[in-house]
Design a protein around this ligand. Structure first.
Ligand SMILES: Cc1cc2nc3c(=O)[nH]c(=O)nc-3n(C[C@H](O)[C@H](O)[C@H](O)COP(=O)(O)OP(=O)(O)OC[C@H]3O[C@@H](n4cnc5c(N)ncnc54)[C@H](O)[C@@H]3O)c2cc1C
Ligand code: SF4
Ligand code: SF4
Length: 837
C-alpha cells in the first residue's frame, strides 16, 4: 500500500509535540511526513523563551534535533512559509513550490496582538514571541535607558523582567484596573502590583495609550487618554495573542467570530482532511493560550490519525502557577467565582504580602477555583482538590490559613486518588506514575523519561517529586539523593564537580552536568557552592538570578516587606564611637533597634531604596556586612574572658574576634554560628553552637555540631586543650569538610547525625587525616580567607549593583507609601493585623 502524505504547517511547540506523539504510534508508518516552519530555527521551548536573555541559546531551548527528524523520516522544511492551501486539489503552496497532502495539520500558533495605536509601527515598538523578537529587543535596548511593556498579563510581566535584565528601567502599562486581570481579582492584582513595584518595575494601571510620538528626553513618548504621558526608549507590546489563522481563513475553513480555526473534539476542522491544534485552534469557542491544552490536542490528533475512534479533546485546565519577577502567583479553575451559588473564603495578610482566595461550591464540598499571590506553597494541594473534585475538609479555610493559625496542607501524595492529574502538560496521573514505578522505574529521572511528566511547563515538579518519593518509599526503594530533577547528583557531588572542573557559573554547570533550566532548589544550592569555591560577589550578573530573596537584596526581608540590617560586630566587641554611629543611623532612618541573642545590633524597618545609603554610612564608620541574610557564618559570640572576668582563663574575646574575622563571608549549606567562652562556666553558651570553644587552663576545648533553634542539640566534644593554632586549624578542617560534604540546607548537627561513622569518623578525617585531604581543606580555607570582600562595600561602590535597590525607578527618592507604622516603647514598629495605624 502506498503511503499517504501528511503535512504539518508550523514547527512550534505543539506541532513538534504532535510529531513526537505520532511517530510513537504504528500509524506513523502509513505516512510520508512533511513539516513546514516559517522560522529559521527548529521548534524551541517558547515557555522558557526569556532565558535567552539569561544566556540560554537556541540549542538549550530546542525541542528536538535535526537528527531526530531525519531518523524518523520526517522531511523538515524550515524557513519555508506556507502561503496558500488549495483544498479542492489538496495541495499547499510555498515560495519554493507546491506539495500535495492527504491529511493536513495546521499548527500555526498565534501572533502577538498590537493594539491599533497611532505610531505603533515605530522601529522601537516591538513584540515578544520568537527568538528573533528577542534579538530585536536586545538590539533596541542597546543605548536605551527605559523600556515600557504594554500589557500587564503573564507575558507582559515576563517581558518587563526581561527588560530589567537588559539593564533598563522597566515600566508596565495596563489598560485594566489591575495586573493579570484574567487570573486575579482586585485584591490579588493590587498586592501583585505592590510587589512588582517593590522590585523596581513601575506599574501604570488604567492607562489607555492614544498615540506614540517622538519623545523629548527619550526616543518615544506615549500619550495616554487621561492627558498624562510617559517617555521611553522602546515599547514591547504584550497585549494578548491572536490565532494565526490567515491561511485557514483564505481557504474558507470555518472560523470563529473573533478568529481561530474551528475544530471538533477530534481536532478536525470543517474540512475532514484538515486538522488544527495549538493556539491557532478554536475549540468550543475557546482559544487556549497555554501549552498544556495544545499538547493535549496534539495527543488527541495523533490518536485520531492512528485510528482511535474514542480519542477526543474535551477541554483543558487553565490553572497556572508562576513566579513572576520572583513573586509567586497562582490561579486555579473558576478564580473569579462565576459559578452560580459559589462562595468565597479569603485570607489576606498585607504585612506578609500573602493573599489567598478559595472559591467553593454552594454546598461547601468542592473547590471550584483559587487565587494565590505572594506564596504558592498551597497551590499543589488546592489544584488537586479542584481537579479531582476531592471533598473539602469540614473547615476548608484550613487549606489557606498559615500553619500558625491551624492551617496546614492536608493533602499529602498518599491522599491523592490514582486518577489525580499530576502533570497536565503531558496528562500524567498518579496512577500512570505508580504504573511505571511498578514496571521498574526506580528514580525521579526514569519516571520523567518514561511518562514525560514535568517536562512541559514544569509547574508540577515539586508535586511529582513528592509522589515519586512517597511511592518509592512505600515499595522499600531507597530514595535518590539527587539534589533535584535538573542534576543527577547530590550536593556533595556537585561541589566536587564545580571544584574539580573549575566551573564558575550555573549556566556552565547545568549545560555540562545537568539538564533543563534549573529550579528554586538547585539554583540557590549551586549559588552557595560557587560562592564557597570561588568567593565571587553574590550580585555578580551571573549569580544574581540564583539567589534567594534575602541574598538578592543582601538584607533580611521582614513581615511588612521592609528589610533589616545587621552590621558585623566581631566577637560582640564594639567601641562607643561605633555604637553612636549605629544610634545615629537608626535615628536618621527611624529604624527599630534591637540587640540580638548573638550580640549584634539589628536595625529594622529600612525600605529597599534606603539600604545602600544606610550601608554607605555604616561602611564609612568601619562596619562590614554581618551576612545575616546568608547561609554563611553569622556570629561568633563571646563572654568577656580573662580580660575582665575573675574566672576567665583565656582571652575569649580575642579568640572570638580572630575566628569571626577568619570565617566571615564563608558560604555554607546552612547558617553557621560559633561562640567562645573564657572558662567552663560557659557564659557564651558555646555548646549550643555549630562550633563552640571553651577555654581551659591549657588552651581550648572544641565542641562541634551543636545548634539552637527548633531542635536544639548540644555540640560534641571534639578535641581538648588545643593551642590557638591547633584550634584554628581544626576548625578550618571541620568547616571545609562540612561545606563540601553536607546536603543542601543541612545543619552541622544533621550532617553529623547522617555521617556514616559519626563523630569518630569525623575525628579520623580531621585529626588523623585518614583521607589525606587535610592539606587541601586548609588550602581551600586559606583561599577563601584571602579573597574575602564585604559584599555591601562592593555593592554600594558599584553604580550598576546599586541600581537593584530602587523602589520606584522613575522616582528613586520616593518611599514605599504602603507601610503602616505605630509606636511602641518609644520606637517605630509595623502595625499588626486588625490594629489601627
Ligand atoms: C514569552 C512566552 C512565555 C510563555 N510562557 C508560558 C507558560 O509559562 N506556560 C504556558 O503554558 N504557556 C506559555 N506560553 C505560551 C506557549 O508558548 C504557547 O502556548 C505554545 O507555544 C503554543 O504552541 P503552538 O505550537 O500552538 O504555537 P507556536 O509555538 O507559536 O508555533 C507556531 C509555529 O508556526 C509557525 N507558522 C505560523 N504560520 C506559518 C506558516 N504559514 N508557515 C509555516 N510556519 C508557520 C510559526 O512561525 C511558529 O513557529 C508562553 C509564550 C511566550 C511567547
Ligand atoms: S565563661 Fe567564664 S570567663 Fe567567661 S564570663 Fe563566664 S565566668 Fe567569666
Ligand atoms: S526565633 Fe523564629 S520568630 Fe524569632 S526571630 Fe528567629 S525565626 Fe523569627
Amino acid at each position: 500500500m502506498s503511503k499517504k502524505t501528511l503535512i504539518v504547517i508550523g514547527n512550534g511547540m505543539v506541532g513538534h509535540h504532535f510529531l513526537e506523539q505520532l511517530v510513537a504510534t504504528p500509524a506513523a508508518a502509513d505516512f510520508d511526513i512533511k513539516v513546514f516552519g516559517e522560522e529559521k530555527l527548529l521548534a524551541y521551548d517558547r515557555v522558557h523563551l526569556s532565558e535567552y536573555f539569561g544566556g540560554s541559546t537556541h540549542a538549550d531551548l530546542a525541542m528536538g534535533t535535526a537528527d531526530w527528524y531525519a531518523e524518523n523520516n520526517i522531511d523538515l522544511r524550515l524557513c519555508e512559509q506556507v502561503t496558500g492551501i488549495d483544498r479542492d486539489n489538496q495541495t499547499i503552496t510555498t515560495p519554493v513550490g507546491e506539495y500535495s497532502y492527504d491529511e493536513l495539520v495546521l499548527a500555526t500558533g498565534s501572533y502577538p496582538f498590537v493594539p491599533p495605536i497611532k505610531g505603533n509601527e515605530h522601529p522601537h515598538c516591538l513584540v515578544y514571541r520568537t527568538l528573533e523578537d528577542l534579538d530585536s529587543i536586545r538590539a533596541s535596548a542597546d543605548g536605551a535607558k527605559t523600556g515600557v511593556v504594554v500589557g500587564g498579563g503573564l507575558l507582559g510581566l515576563e517581558a518587563a523582567n526581561a527588560l530589567k535584565s537588559l539593564g533598563l528601567d522597566a515600566h508596565v502599562v495596563e489598560f485594566a484596573p489591575r495586573l493579570m486581570p484574567v487570573q486575579l481579582d482586585s485584591d490579588g492584582g493590587a498586592l501583585l502590583k505592590h510587589k512588582i513595584e517593590e522590585l523596581g518595575v513601575q506599574v501604570h494601571t488604567e492607562k489607555a495609550t492614544t498615540e506614540i510620538i517622538e519623545g523629548e528626553d527619550a526616543r518615544l513618548r506615549m500619550n495616554f487618554s487621561d492627558d498624562s504621558h510617559l517617555e521611553t526608549d522602546l515599547i514591547v507590546f504584550s497585549a494578548g495573542i491572536r490565532p494565526q489563522d490567515a491561511l485557514a481563513r483564505a481557504s474558507d475553513l470555518a472560523m470563529g467570530e473573533r478568529g481561530g480555526i474551528v475544530i471538533n473534539d477530534q481536532c478536525t476542522t470543517s474540512d475532514p482532511h484538515i486538522h488544527a491544534i495549538g493556539e491557532c485552534a478554536l475549540w468550543s469557542e475557546k482559544i487556549f493560550g497555554l501549552v498544556a491544552p495544545g499538547y493535549t490536542m496534539a495527543r488527541t490528533l495523533a490518536s485520531v490519525l492512528s485510528g482511535d475512534e474514542e480519542a477526543a479533546f474535551t477541554g483543558a485546565d487553565m490553572s497556572t502557577k508562576l513566579k513572576l519577577l520572583g513573586v509567586d502567583v497562582g490561579s486555579i479553575g473558576d478564580a473569579h467565582a462565576q459559578t452560580p451559588g459559589s462562595r468565597n473564603i479569603r485570607f489576606n495578610d498585607e504585612q506578609a504580602g500573602h493573599y489567598r482566595r478559595m472559591v467553593i461550591s454552594e454546598d461547601g464540598k468542592t473547590l471550584l477555583g483559587a487565587i494565590l499571590v505572594g506564596d504558592n506553597s498551597h497551590y499543589d494541594t488546592l489544584l488537586q482538590y479542584a481537579l479531582n473534585g476531592i471533598e473539602l475538609p469540614e473547615q476548608p479555610e484550613t487549606l489557606i490559613l498559615p500553619e500558625s493559625q491551624g492551617g496546614a496542607p492536608t493533602l499529602g501524595p498518599d491522599a491523592l486518588p490514582e486518577t489525580a492529574s499530576i502533570c497536565s502538560c503531558h496528562n500524567v496521573s498518579k496512577g500512570d506514575i505508580c504504573g511505571v514505578i511498578d514496571a521498574g522505574c526506580s528514580d525521579l529521572g526514569s519516571v520523567k523519561t518514561e511518562t514525560k511528566a514535568s517536562t512541559g511547563c514544569g509547574g508540577c515538579a515539586a508535586l511529582l517529586k513528592n509522589v515519586v518519593d512517597s511511592e518509592l518509599e512505600k515499595r522499600g526503594v531507597e530514595v535518590s539523593k539527587d539534589i533535584c530533577e535538573h542534576f543527577p547528583y547530590s550536593r556533595q557531588d556537585l561541589f566536587n564537580i564545580v571544584k574539580v572542573n573549575g566551573i564558575r557559573t550555573f549556566r556552565t554547570l547545568i549545560r555540562e552536568h545537568g539538564k533543563g533550566h534549573g529550579c528554586d532548589i538547585c539554583k540557590p544550592a549551586v549559588a552557595s557552592i560557587l560562592a564557597t569555591c570561588w568567593n565571587e560577589h553574590i550580585l555578580a550578573t551571573d549569580h544574581v538570578p540564583l539567589q534567594d530573596t534575602n541574598d538578592t537584596f543582601m538584607a533580611n526581608m521582614q513581615k511588612n516587606g521592609t528589610y533589616s540590617i545587621v552590621p558585623r560586630i566581631p566577637g560582640g566587641e564594639i567601641t562607643p564611637d561605633k555604637l553612636i554611629v549605629l544610634g545615629e543611623v537608626a535615628k536618621e532612618y527611624n529604624l527599630y533597634t534591637k540587640i540580638t541573642g548573638g550580640q549584634r545590633v539589628d536595625l529594622f524597618g529600612a525600605t529597599l531604596s534606603e539600604l545602600p545609603d544606610i550601608w554607605e554610612k555604616l561602611i564609612a564608620a568601619g562596619f562590614e556586612t554581618g551576612h545575616a541574610y546568608g547561609k554563611s557564618l553569622r556570629t561568633v559570640k563571646s563572654c568577656v574572658g580573662n580580660t575582665w572576668c575573675r574566672y576567665g582563663v583565656q582571652d575569649s574575646v580575642g579568640m572570638a574576634i580572630t575566628l569571626e574575622n577568619r570565617y566571615k563571608g564563608l558560604r555554607a549549606p546552612h547558617k553557621v554560628k560559633m561562640a567562645v567562652s573564657g572558662c567552663t562556666r560557659e557564659c557564651a553558651e558555646a555548646q549550643s553552637k555549630d562550633f563552640g570553644v571553651i577555654a581551659t587552663e591549657n588552651g581550648w576545648n572544641l565542641y562541634v555540631c551543636g545548634n539552637g533553634g527548633m531542635r536544639p542539640r548540644h555540640g560534641d566534644l571534639f578535641a581538648t586543650d588545643l593551642s590557638d593554632e591547633e584550634l584554628i586549624r581544626t576548625i578550618d578542617r571541620v568547616v571545609m569538610f562540612y561545606v563540601r560534604t553536607a546536603d543542601r540546607l543541612q545543619r552541622t548537627s544533621v550532617w553529623m547525625e547522617n555521617l556514616e561513622g559519626g563523630l569518630d569518623y569525623l575525628k579520623q578525617v580531621v585529626l588523623e587525616d585518614s583521607l589525606g585531604i587535610c592539606d587541601e581543606l586548609e588550602q581551600h580555607m586559606a583561599d577563601l580567607v584571602g579573597t574575602y570582600q564585604c559584599e555591601w562595600k562592593t555593592a554600594v561602590e558599584d553604580p550598576e549593583k546599586r541600581k537593584r535597590f530602587r523602589e520606584f525607578v522613575n522616582a528613586p527618592s520616593k518611599k514605599d507609601p504602603v507601610q503602616q507604622w505605630t509606636t511602641e516603647r518609644d520606637q517605630r514598629r509595623p502595625v499588626v493585623e486588625g490594629e489601627p495605624a
